[in-house]
Design a protein around this ligand. Structure first.
Ligand code: ATP
Length: 418
């Protein structure tokens, strides 16, 4: 099963940074001293063969991965996090993450359940994986250093641009692989191979067997891609998106929203929150709430969903002709910037866009010169009157009615006289 012909020593040493390579070599050596073997596995092997940079290293150990990680850390300055429950460890070293796991096989008690894990050989470990292109390893220990292990012919699929599962029950065991397959296909510009595609379509109903949290993890991974819209467009055409929410129609305009989100966030990548808001923009409030509870989305995202709906409800008001800056500010203050940006991108009240943009670019950052304590020194006690005065000063500043500190004080004085 091992392809003894293929040595990737050169590729390894040329593609990975020297310090990381030194660490990996010492991992291989230390494992050999312990009569164990360590391998680089998964995505990094795929990307090395494709000539792509990937410094998220997964190591599989035929032996005790956690003990090996601890021993290695003895020699270097890094931090270690251990997950006893999964028998895995992560070492963080100079901005790189190296994950250690004991080689294992997995069995599924029922579709969609988390697997039961038993220690196993490298080849068994590779055979439990999602796709052939992710089921390769490179040896690090002893004479196996640099050897490619490819029991499922991943290298050929990589050359031919194919996404292929390892056995016909793969999507039934774990239907999150459906989303993963679409993600790799679109990221790499590959094709899901014909038989895999047939099984994928057959097993779409299995997505109901997976928890909302696991699905939302996969969706978050899609949001980290360079072009998430390609994955959703494909998922929509295949009927996969339908399982996430039957009311989301991922059409051309939605694809353009995603591209616009990138333009507006440049040079940063758009936040996942903004993508979540765009994906669900056309859902009404009830459906959005159902979506939030199905996916168990964290508070930070669910609050942004609610903000987005509230801003959407204000678009007509924001499009009123002659609306003042302070009115715009009062309509939008307190809502999350992503909720406002989502409405700039996807809102269907064209006339509101100028107000939304003005708020984001200028108004939301504006402040009064004087503060509450300045007003208190003028004899006003903390409470609603003070708040009213501060608001009036801010409104005047937003509307360009004051320039200096004295102008602001004059407003307070005038209010004190009223
Ligand atoms: P990416 O480049 O997207 O990070 P990756 O291949 O490193 O890709 P991870 O999600 O970090 O992806 O997973 C690491 C490896 O674990 C994968 O390459 C694959 O071999 C395996 N794997 C991950 N998720 C699954 C799954 N649901 N079923 C089977 N194998 C999986």
């Amino acid at each position: 099963m091992m392809d003894a012909e293929i040595k990737l020593t050169d590729k390894l040493e040329r593609k990975l940074p020297p310090q990381l390579m030194d660490f990996l070599k010492s991992a291989g050596k230390k494992a050999a001293e312990r009569n164990e073997k360590a391998y680089i596995v998964g995505g990094v092997v795929r990307d090395l063969l494709l000539g792509l940079a990937n410094y998220d290293i997964d190591l599989t150990v035929e032996g005790d991965a956690v003990a090996l990680a601890h021993e290695l850390l003895g020699n270097i300055a890094g931090t270690i996090t251990v997950h006893k429950q999964f028998n895995t460890a992560k070492i963080e070293l100079e901005g790189w993450n190296i994950d250690f796991a004991t080689a294992r096989s997995e069995t599924y008690a029922r579709p969609g359940a988390l697997p039961e894990i038993t220690p196993a050989s490298l080849v068994e470990d590779l055979k439990r994986r999602d796709f052939t292109i992710n089921a390769m390893a490179i040896g690090l220990s002893g004479k196996n250093y640099g050897t490619l292990y490819d029991p499922c012919n991943g290298k050929t699929d990589l050359q031919e641009g194919k996404i292929r599962i390892l056995h016909d029950g793969s999507f039934i065991d774990d239907s999150t692989r459906i989303w993963r397959g679409l993600r790799y296909e679109q990221r790499l510009g590959f094709q899901i191979e014909a038989h895999t595609l047939e099984l994928l379509k057959r097993d779409i109903p299995m997505l109901d067997s997976v928890s909302g949290e696991r699905i939302s993890y996969e969706i978050d991974c899609i949001f980290k891609e360079q072009h998430p819209e390609r994955v959703f467009a494909r998922a929509y055409r295949l009927g996969v998106l339908n399982k996430l929410n039957a009311l989301i129609k991922f059409d051309k305009p939605m694809e353009e929203w995603f591209a616009r989100a990138r333009e507006m966030s440049y040079p940063n990548a758009p936040s996942a929150v903004l993508y979540w808001l765009l994906l669900t923009y056309n859902l009404d409030i009830d459906n959005r709430e159902r979506f939030i509870s199905y996916l168990k989305l964290p508070k930070r995202i669910s609050q942004a969903f609610r903000d987005c709906s509230a801003v959407k409800d204000r678009l007509e008001l924001l499009s009123a002709s002659g609306i003042s800056n302070s009115e715009i500010y009062r309509l939008l203050t307190g809502y999350s910037p992503q909720a406002i940006t989502a409405n700039i991108i996807a809102g269907d009240v064209e006339e509101s866009r100028a107000a939304l943009n003005l708020y984001m670019e200028k108004l939301r950052g504006m402040k009064t010169i004087i503060s509450g304590s300045d007003i208190m020194q003028m004899g006003v006690e903390q409470g609603p009157q003070l708040k009213k005065m501060l608001d009036a000063v801010l409104d005047a500043r937003l509307n360009g009615e004051v320039i200096s500190r004295e102008d602001e004080i004059a407003i307070v004085k005038k209010m004190l006289k009223e």
